[in-house]
Design a protein around this ligand. Structure first.
Ligand code: NDP
Length: 516
């Protein structure tokens, strides 16, 4: 495998490249040697093998707009081979290992992921523009997910015997793995949104075929390398790259038993329809438009320190962030001023620079979508208090997909920017008169994924959180906790990931009745 450099770490390589370059950032990128590995191959039956077709899909650096790699555009034959390998591995023994034996593999994978932390971070950043300040945590988070699910082996191994309520016998409840799983991930967090499916699937005894999003096919290859280095048996884990059409082929493959998907609501609906027709279990983590309710006693200084993480994480490309801030009428101007100042102070620039807070949009199409929403917001009468247009950066980033981080004030509930998922660095601030109205505004959405309550009185904040019709709510901060269930209500999805509940999604129950 090509590593960052034989005698220097990847971070040092960036530092050297940055120090030696007096001109454009593209030169710094050219000097950076990243693991660009197995790029002609798909991973099937325990080995990197050439893809069956000749098509390629480009990989673009969104900070420069330049193509820096490509991977195979997989074919239905690749999917067939991958699903066949997964089926054989499932039937051939993986599903019959003791959960604690599979947990041991998860722990080994976690160690291997840790070893690849720098390469994972930098590859992630170059394929989707996530600032390194964000992507540097991806490996540690992925390793932590594998380690967390390893701890649930006990839960799977515990005997579950339930007496008949009226006597006369008992039932032994078995938790069997559901079978071969199709895992499909988006581009915003290409590593962790796949790992959160892969780890519980493997612990449960399932085998998998994974399809990453077209813009981000490279970083996950390093996770597959980690799986291979951990000695996971051939066929248990398979990876095929390709378009959404290939994803559809995978979803509908006759030998697939379950589908897990994260992405847009429209594609989620299509997958749900296909799975409905096939009576195939499916987990869907979809879009969101979450609200942050600022209570009258909120500490705005404290809110400011976590604002980017809670409301504009990953340049606004995070499904659960609260991009609608609901402020009490009496403090509206104060909240708008604080949000504006906080967002305006975030450095926008090269995502490879550790000081950068806001990077580019991940793709050109996402960039255009966000710019359209800025137009829509202005046309609807919202007032941009900071940002509001495309960002023009120099130093080699002229072709990058940068949009100015934007705050809109004077937003009303009927405006499209307040109702639709933008998936970019755009926050709307709305006004409410009393807490009942704030809760009603927060719940008046087609989605139900995240949410926040900012307030000094924790009990009062908790009472408001309890009234929010959503899968997760944070009080004064938001972070995902992989031991607690995470899932969307309404158009935000079906089913649950994370926690024991997320593991259950990869199980099929069987009751064996007996008279002791
Ligand atoms: P999509 O929903 O189109 O893509 C997500 C994944 O599904 C990708 O791997 C994609 O492949 C694949 N896919 C696309 N069509 C199908 C299909 N018919 N059957 C099976 N798999 C399919 O998201 P986009 O990348 O287009 O993003 C569009 C919008 O989605 C964003 O603007 C945002 O609003 C929302 N989004 C939400 C996310 C979340 O975390 N909830 C994450 C990302 C986006 P390919 O990339 O090859 O098309």
């Amino acid at each position: 495998m090509t590593s960052a450099a034989d005698s220097t770490t990847a971070t040092e390589a960036i530092g050297q490249a940055a120090a030696s370059f007096s001109g454009p950032a593209v030169d710094a990128r050219a000097a950076l040697t990243l693991p660009y590995t197995h790029v002609d191959d798909v991973f099937i039956d325990g080995a990197w093998v050439p893809a069956r077709g000749t098509g390629r899909n480009p990989v673009t650096d969104p900070a420069t707009g330049q193509v820096w790699g490509s991977v195979p555009d997989g074919t239905p034959e690749d999917i067939d081979a991958a699903v066949g390998a997964a089926r054989r591995a499932f039937d051939g023994g993986w599903s019959r290992l003791a959960p604690s034996e599979r947990a041991a593999y998860l722990l080994r994978i976690a160690d291997e992921v840790d070893k690849r932390a720098e390469e994972l971070s930098l590859t992630n950043t170059r394929e989707n523009g996530s600032p390194v300040s964000e992507s540097k945590g991806a490996a540690a988070n992925a390793a932590s997910i594998f380690r967390y699910f390893a701890t649930l082996a006990d839960y799977l191994e515990r005997e579950d015997v339930r007496p008949f309520p009226r006597g006369g016998g008992e039932s032994v409840v078995r938790r069997d793995p559901v079978g071969v799983c199709a895992l499909i991930a988006p581009w915003n967090f290409p590593i962790n949104l796949m790992v959160i499916k892969l780890a519980p699937a493997l612990l449960a005894g399932c085998t998998v075929v994974m399809k990453p999003a077209s813009p981000t096919p490279l970083s996950f290859r390093l996770i597959v390398d980690a799986v291979a280095a951990a000695g996971v048996p051939a066929g248990v884990v398979n990876l095929v790259t390709g378009s959404g059409r290939l994803g559809d082929t995978l979803v509908r493959h006759p030998a697939v038993d379950k589908v897990a998907f994260t992405g847009s609501t429209p594609v989620g609906r299509k997958i749900a329809a296909a799975c409905g027709e096939l009576l195939r279990p499916v987990t869907l983590e979809l879009g969101g438009k979450s609200s942050a309710i600022v209570l009258p006693d909120a500490d705005l200084d404290a809110m400011s320190s976590g604002l980017v993480r809670s409301c504009m994480r990953n340049t606004g490309q995070t499904c659960y962030i609260s991009t609608r801030i609901l402020a009490p009428a009496g403090r509206y101007d104060e909240v708008v001023d604080m949000v504006t100042a906080t967002i305006a102070a975030g450095v926008q620039g090269d995502p490879l620079d550790p000081a950068t807070v806001f990077g580019p949009a991940a793709t050109e199409s996402q960039y255009r979508t966000v710019l359209e929403y800025l137009e829509v917001g202005r046309a609807e009468g919202a007032r941009a208090t900071t940002g509001g247009r495309t960002a023009r950066l120099g130093g080699g980033l002229e072709g990058g997909f940068f949009v100015e981080p934007t705050v809109f004030a004077d937003v009303t509930p009927s405006m499209r920017i307040s109702r639709e998922e933008i998936f970019g660095p755009v926050i709307s601030v709305l006004k409410y008169t009393d807490v009942d109205e704030a809760v009603a505004l927060a719940n008046n959405t087609e989605f139900g994924l995240g949410g926040l309550v900012f307030g000094t009185d924790q009990d009062a904040a908790l009472a408001v959180a309890d009234r929010m019709d959503t899968g997760s709510v944070g009080i004064n901060f938001f972070a995902s906790n992989h031991s607690a269930p995470f899932g969307g209500r309404h158009n935000s999805g079906l089913g649950t990931e994370y926690g024991i509940e997320g593991l259950n999604a990869y199980l099929s129950y069987k009751s064996i009745h007996r008279r002791p």
